[in-house]
Write a protein that binds this ligand. Sequence first.
Ligand SMILES: [Zn+2]
Length: 445
Amino acid sequence: MTSLTEFARAHFKDYDEFFELKTIAAQHLNQKETADWLIAKFKELKADVVEEWNDHGGPSNIFAEFKADSDKTVLFYNHYDTQPEGDVNDWDSDPYQVTVKDGKLIVRGALDDKGELVTRLILIDYLKQTNQLPVNVKFFVEGEEEIGSSHIVEYTNAYQERLKADLCIWEGGAKNSKGKLVVSGGLKGVSCIEVGVETANTDLHSSQASYAESAPWRLVQGLATLREVGTNRILIDGIYDDVDSISDEEKQYVEGYEFDPDKISQDSELARPLLTDDPKLALVNEPTITINGLTSGYQKEGVKTVLPRFAKAKIDFRLSPNQDPERVAQLTQQQLIKNGFSDLKVKYLVGQPGYRADITDPVIRLVLEQAKEVYGPTGVQYVLNDFVAGPAYAFGRNLGLPLINYGIGNSSSNMHGANENVLFSDIEQVLILHERILREVNKQG
Ligand SMILES: [Zn+2]
């Protein structure tokens, strides 16, 4: 029998059609076709259970289960939707045609997330065909991750029993710029709000500023009370109460995180000094407040001496995994009132809580040990949680599944960008790691 990696090399092209389906959630494009394609594929791979879940809104979720002679189960989370291709002129090849060049697979979704899913399907195909599937394997594949997974909690709540597992392996990831495999134990949270103020029923002549308050002044003066000048410290009472504590062991991982402040300052030509002496800890664990944009008054050519009647700001908070996005919005409103800005109205727009795996959980330790076996003792970078947000909380927090993430990308994979690509050599390494993890989970008492 051929080896797993030989098998993968021979079978990757079985999935060209899947990559070439232009599945764009933002445009509601081909979600049904892609779900149908996957359902047929799971059946062809002889999954014991294949179900289409669409009874709680949104595009179809696909659930599949491959049963083995084991009382252990691993759940893979993936999504079949992709980002739009962007400007095709930025691509060196057709974004929806599989291109293989210099040991790379180049196509929209090569990494995020079709490529990760295909890698997993090939693994299960191989293990089934060689009668070696060591544990029960479940797949949950959704179709709207790239636009915020707005229905996922309904599905994870409704199908809790079916989604039970001993370990959830998240959608995937990448090696860092030093070539180390990044294994992450979760995601940060995010809370998006709008802060608005109105000071009159019409725009006024700016001569009236001698006696009339203006909306943009109220807005910027109110917002300015929420962050310390020149640091990342948020001046909202209670906002740090729910920030996760970090154990000594976790601290070591944070310190080991590769982050070069000088390089980042140079690359982005940062005009100001960093906001913190400890950017690593801030990235992993601290909340941020960011003004994403401000709207008010006249911004076009020339001058218009107007006193604007309204002003608005869009703001996001990146949150420590344990923080509650809606509570953050409430605290912001309370603080503005306390600071004398009760006319500034906070509106909660959208958010996602974070999630962080328990580093002392034996199954999380097992994944890290196996990663070091495959990538070498210094070839793995563990991050307590990614710095971005995502729906991992629906599984990790709501369902209480230990959850971990790693994948086939590298620091030049251009996820979401042009020429999205992965290296076949990385796919092969991840296949070996997946296989080892399935075997070891089965052995675990
Ligand atoms: Zn993704």
